[in-house]
Design a protein around this ligand. Structure first.
Ligand code: FAD
Length: 486
């Protein structure tokens, strides 16, 4: 039997659950297919204010998050750059986040993803676990549904739209066409495990992520609970020998190269059983697709793109893209905006957000400068109207798109519209950058030239000329009123 839905979402991670919720909330029939049984393990534990205050607020899970008792994250604590002293990133300095008790959280993804998936169910999406999508159905130049395995039985579901939110390992993204381009600059490898009894930063920063650069790369140190800490080393390809062989010894040796993390783990014990008992590795996770949609299908979250985790942007990009995709789908299903216009808006905003993180991260990886240089680059990149420090905090909080839906205010408004800046190559925009050292372009697919990535090209900041704006409820696109003259 073939079933029919308005939308089939593939994958129940944050990208898939959020898309399903935003579309189901608008009254459309949604089927979400997830191949695992939740709760399931996933990395990506440090969240940004844009996710916690913005998309989660709009999803309606704010109370669930507070009840879950996640560690409150007020920002970051960096030993990074030429400054020998650690420096603090404080989200409370961002307008709209001042005085918040919990600007963001550190989460065990098994619990966080379960909350979002349960919420999708509660909001009307039909969620089926242990259902693995094997391919898409097509007809008349469109994607028209999916084939999937349900307990070994092959089934089909037809839909007006298929959303691929199957993450980093899914293969479905190929169905939109184009290519997945792996970043030549961020060819890093992560090695990570869990510890109990690690030290905590002094208050009020005990819940902050600690990020420490060390000779072979950098470490994250994320307090998930008073007892449990997630610890990961990210090393460059050139250092691959250091993560080969026995993982326990490799992680130990890397910890011994560090200063702060070694000290914070001095009395800690590695967890060796249960879901946190393994030492895991991940590689080849920084990439971007050349296409994000085709008629009837759209890519969300890691299925579309991801870049190095040093600024914890993954779940933000997944949930932000979910909101943009859901707005597009809701508007098309309602008949208010046509498909190319709606998905071009989705794609341009998503690429801009991804591009901001990517471009900023390239400069952040230059450790021969101090933090004031990073702050300056954040301001240059985003055209943020106020101080350089605020520009940096806003960008790494996931708030540089200027959309007020991301800080829980009125969803219809955009907070600021920085002046448009000329598109160009990164070298053209930042003449002081040594592009040979920082970036090796794949000449066929220059990673930064948004012009070549988005049909027609997009301005870097603010709404596109002739582009769409968020609707009053934040769940659709609206066509802006023509500007009044005279
Ligand atoms: P996922 O969370 O991967 O969810 C995809 C889901 O799809 C999975 O549940 C999977 O089972 C399911 N699926 C796959 N194939 C199929 C199929 N064929 N049929 C049905 N279901 C399918 N992000 C942060 O925000 N903060 C961090 O601190 C952070 N740290 C990271 C550290 C490392 C080393 C790495 C590699 C990433 C990190 N990330 C971090 C990124 C984060 O893990 C991802 O960006 C995020 O999980 C993406 O969410 P998603 O919904 O797109 O995909």
């Amino acid at each position: 039997m073939t079933e029919r839905f308005d939308v089939v979402v593939v994958g129940g991670g944050p990208g898939g659950s959020a898309t399903a919720t935003f579309v189901a909330k608008s009254g459309h029939r949604v089927l979400l297919l997830e191949k695992e049984t939740f709760p399931r393990y996933q990395i990506g534990e440090s969240l940004l204010p844009a996710t916690v205050q913005g998309t989660c607020h709009l999803l309606g899970v704010g109370d669930d998050l507070r009840r879950a008792g996640f560690t409150v994250k007020r920002g970051g604590y960096f030993r990074w750059g030429t400054n020998p002293e650690p420096w603090v990133l404080d989200f409370n300095t961002v307008p709209g986040l001042e005085g918040l008790a919990a600007p963001a959280f550190q989460v065990e993804r098994m619990k966080f993803d379960q909350i979002l998936l349960d919420n999708a169910r509660r909001c009307g999406a039909e969620v089926r676990e242990r259902c693995s999508v094997t391919g898409v159905l097509t007809g008349d130049g469109r994607v028209t549904g999916v084939r999937y395995l349900d307990g070994g039985r092959e089934r089909q579901a037809l839909a007006r739209f298929v959303v691929d939110a199957s993450g980093n390992t899914g293969q479905l993204f190929r169905a939109v066409g184009g290519a997945r381009i792996y970043s030549d600059f961020f060819r890093n490898i992560a090695l990570f495990g869990y510890f109990t009894g690690g030290k905590r930063l002094p208050e009020p920063y005990s819940g902050n992520i600690l990020t420490e650069a060390f000779p072979s790369g950098w470490f994250w140190y994320i307090p998930l609970s008073p007892e449990l800490t997630s610890v990961g080393a990210v090393v460059t390809r050139e250092m691959v020998a250091k993560v080969r062989g026995d993982r326990e010894q490799a992680l130990r040796a890397l910890i011994d190269e560090s200063t702060l993390v070694r000290d914070y783990l001095a009395d800690a014990t590695r967890v060796t059983d249960g879901v946190y008992g393994q030492i895991r590795t991940r590689k080849d996770y920084s990439y971007c697709g050349t296409r994000f949609w085709r008629p009837g299908m759209v890519l969300v979250g890691d299925a579309a793109c991801f870049v190095d985790p040093v600024l914890s942007s993954g779940v933000h990009l997944a949930t932000y893209s979910a909101l943009m995709a859901a707005r597009s789908i809701n508007s098309i299903l309602d008949g208010t905006v046509d498909e190319p216009r709606a998905f071009d808006e989705f794609e341009s905003r998503y690429r801009r957000e991804y591009g901001n993180f990517y471009e900023f991260l390239v400069s952040f990886y230059d450790r021969h400068v101090d933090e004031s240089s990073y702050f300056w680059k954040a301001k240059k990149l985003t055209n943020y109207p106020d101080s350089e420090l605020e520009a940096f905090t806003t960008l790494v909080g996931g708030l540089s798109s200027g959309e007020s839906a991301l800080i829980g205010a009125m969803p219809g408004e955009e907070l600021w519209q920085p002046p448009e800046i000329e598109l160009g190559t990164i070298a053209g925009r930042y003449p002081d950058w040594d592009t040979d050292r920082h970036i090796r372009f794949d000449p066929r697919h220059p990673l930064f030239e948004s012009k070549q990535w988005v049909p027609g090209g997009v301005p870097d900041q603010g709404p596109r000329p002739g582009g769409l704006i968020p609707s009053e409820d934040g769940l659709r696109w609206a066509v802006p009123e023509p500007a009044r003259t005279g």
